[in-house]
Design a protein around this ligand. Structure first.
Ligand code: PMP
Length: 455
């Protein structure tokens, strides 16, 4: 069938309204909970962005195990969102659950390093290839602390990020690139921003080595903080020569290369960098690192570890600005330990890749059969359906092809058929617990969506 160059907005709106009605009928319990939560939570949810899902009322979670979750209306969903990577190894992975239960009875938090720390350090080094480590509670915190260390170690004020980046609630990185002047702008959505972050953060387009070099050349940049692929602005993989050259440029200009693998951990055992032979100066991961329990890590080379200890030794006694009382607590250490032993393994990743292969094949077959000018971009166990004819190169490319109404309709349609997609974009992530039946369920729902949209 010939694909219309654009889907009629009025028709799309009508289709979307049908799905909203369908959701309301099927979710009396969620709808009632949403109303009750209005009494004590602004926005009706414990965290405001939880209301940004495209359903008429929030889907309240009852329980989640493996690749499946049940809402308060007791509908089963196959989960391809997986907590936006936090539950990448499946919900409630048994090894982590067991470790948590055992540790919980023996102390949650004590301001003391747990006796399993030595083994956890050795396992981190073995799995991710960097010799030295520090812990934080969230990936946002880990990134914040890494930027602080980098500025302290180098004595440089500037940091560099890519246009379209997201590294968590880190003010320095919540900036945009002015498309005409190449200067840094405040991200207009950021609330209460009073500090002059644009004066200290440079932003360059992804996959553009000339602009990257121009931003590094004056030797003012402490760190380039980057995901190996953009995963928070669509999925934008690096061009084949990009990282080796970018890394060489960082070395030439004395800029620390920090790779944030919070999402790209799903690329393969040890993350994207390890899988692709790029060794950053510092490496960050959160979310799934401890199987979904709040915990984040940052690793570093021996050289960086020496510089970091030297700069701390020179500082007066007192607050470093790096910490939080609960970070590296006993419970998080227990979960991290179990995850390193049982989840970050070749077997687990092989299962994730197998599931992702099947999903990719099924989706691509459908795009081909219908002659759809859309693209499926794959990175390890995650993939993204993009309403454009080729994989994007940078954030501007993504902006130029954005179809938010179509995306929201897809999400709600799939939700109504028991499939959970990641909100805010078209990402699908496969867990080791994702079964062929789960994928068949997805593809069946996707067929129904295509039929509703096109036939
Ligand atoms: N880094 C990346 C690449 C992320 O995608 C995110 C969250 N989506 C974060 C850091 C922040 O993680 P957290 O919300 O757990 O602090």
């Amino acid at each position: 069938s010939a694909f219309p160059s654009a889907i009629d907005p009025a028709r799309l709106h009508a289709l979307h309204e049908d799905e909203r009605a369908r959701f309301r009928v099927a979710h009396p319990a969620c709808t009632a909970l949403a109303a009750r939560c209005q009494a004590h939570f602004p926005f009706g949810v414990p965290l405001h962005w939880m209301r940004d899902w495209p359903s008429p009322a929030s889907v309240f979670l009852r329980r989640a195990q493996g690749s499946h979750l049940h809402c308060a209306d007791d509908h089963a969903h196959v989960d391809f969102c997986l907590g936006d990577t936090g539950a990448m190894f499946g919900h409630a992975p048994p090894a982590v659950v067991q470790a948590l239960a055992t540790q919980a009875a023996q102390g949650l938090t004590a301001m003391l390093p747990h006796e399993r720390s030595a083994e956890v350090g050795a396992l981190l080094a073995q799995r991710f290839g960097l010799p030295y480590w520090q812990l934080a509670m969230t990936a946002s915190d880990a990134n914040r602390f890494v930027l602080r260390w980098a500025r302290a170690m180098t004595g440089r004020a500037q940091v560099l990020v890519f246009d379209g980046c997201y590294h968590g609630a880190v003010d320095d990185t919540l900036v945009d690139r002015d498309p005409t002047h190449g200067t840094t702008l405040r991200r207009p959505s950021v609330l209460g921003a009073v500090h002059d972050h644009p004066a200290y953060t440079r932003v360059v387009p992804f996959n553009d080595l000339d602009t990257l070099e121009a931003a590094l050349r004056d030797g003012q940049v402490a760190a380039l903080l980057a995901e190996p692929a953009l995963t928070n602005f669509g999925l934008v993989p690096p061009a084949p020569d990009f990282w080796p050259t970018a890394q060489a440029l960082c070395q030439r200009y004395g800029t620390l290369l920090v790779l944030d693998e919070t999402h790209t951990l799903s690329s393969g055992v040890g993350g994207w960098a390890r899988t692709h032979g790029v060794q950053p100066d510092l490496w960050v991961a959160g979310k799934a690192i401890a199987g979904g329990v709040p915990c984040a890590v940052y690793g570093m080379t021996a050289e960086v570890a020496a510089r970091l200890q030297a700069v701390k030794a020179q500082a007066p006694e007192g607050h470093s600005g790096i910490g939080t009382t609960l970070s590296a607590n006993a419970l998080a250490l227990a979960a991290l330990h179990a995850a390193l032993l049982h989840l970050h393994t070749p077997q687990t990743y092989a299962a994730m890749q197998r599931a992702a292969d099947t999903l990719q094949t099924g989706l691509e077959e459908r795009l081909r059969t219908r002659g759809l000018p859309w693209t499926l971009t794959r990175l390890g166990a995650r993939m993204e359906l993009q309403f454009m004819p080729r994989t994007p190169r940078n954030a501007d490319d993504v902006r130029a092809h954005a179809q938010p109404a179509l995306e929201a309709y897809l999400h709600l349609f799939m939700l109504n058929r028991g499939v959970l997609l990641t909100p805010f974009h078209g990402m699908m992530l496969c867990a080791p617990t994702t079964t062929p039946d789960d994928i068949a369920h997805f593809l069946h729902a996707f067929d129904a969506w295509l039929a509703a949209l096109l036939d």
